[in-house]
Write a new protein. Structure first.
Length: 172
């Protein structure tokens, strides 16, 4: 079980199967998944069930202690799904540990991703005892790149993944 966190405006709690429909709804917005082409193809095409199975598997995965996915909710509107933030072994194998975030479009540009990720980053170092964190961000995803920079992550290079997606790698 993951710890819950509160910030000035947010509540972060462990993501569960009860969050499935909210996660799927968020991913149906092509702008939300614009820089994750493999998801855009799945969710908006004939592979919807495959994406749902992928999300379910991620929800059911047992991650190392202190790691997993947290749902982001508003303190103003409790139980309002805003998105999620993760701290998991990169590509589910590691050894590097990845931080990532995804929010519904109406919550972009308001500092919520940074606020949520900052708490999880602090948890990674102080509670989970991690020394380094990475963020793998599509090179055109300027919003997420700004979040990584606000968190103090440093760009250490670029590369292409197995889906031929160019990305920037950030490290703490």
């Amino acid at each position: 079980m993951l710890p819950s966190f509160e910030t000035e405006r947010l509540v972060l709690r462990e993501r569960t199967l009860k969050d499935m429909d909210d996660c799927m709804e968020m991913d149906r917005d092509i702008e939300v998944v614009r820089y994750i082409p493999e998801i855009a193809e799945l969710i908006n095409g004939r592979y919807y069930d495959q994406h749902r199975a992928f999300v379910r598997k991620r929800m059911e995965t047992v991650y190392p202690p202190g790691m997993g996915y947290w749902v982001i909710e508003s303190k103003e509107n409790p139980a309002e799904f805003m998105g999620w933030v993760l701290l998991i072994p990169i590509d589910k194998r590691g050894p590097e540990i990845e931080i990532g975030w995804r929010l519904k479009r109406e919550y972009w540009g308001k500092g919520y991703a940074t606020e949520a990720a900052r708490v999880i980053l602090q948890h990674a170092f102080d509670t989970a005892g991690l020394e380094k964190i990475v963020a793998d961000i599509h090179y055109l995803n300027h919003g997420s790149i700004r979040v990584a920079e606000k968190l103090g992550l440093k760009a250490i290079g670029t590369g292409d993944d197995t889906n031929y997606r160019r990305y920037c790698l950030y490290k703490s």
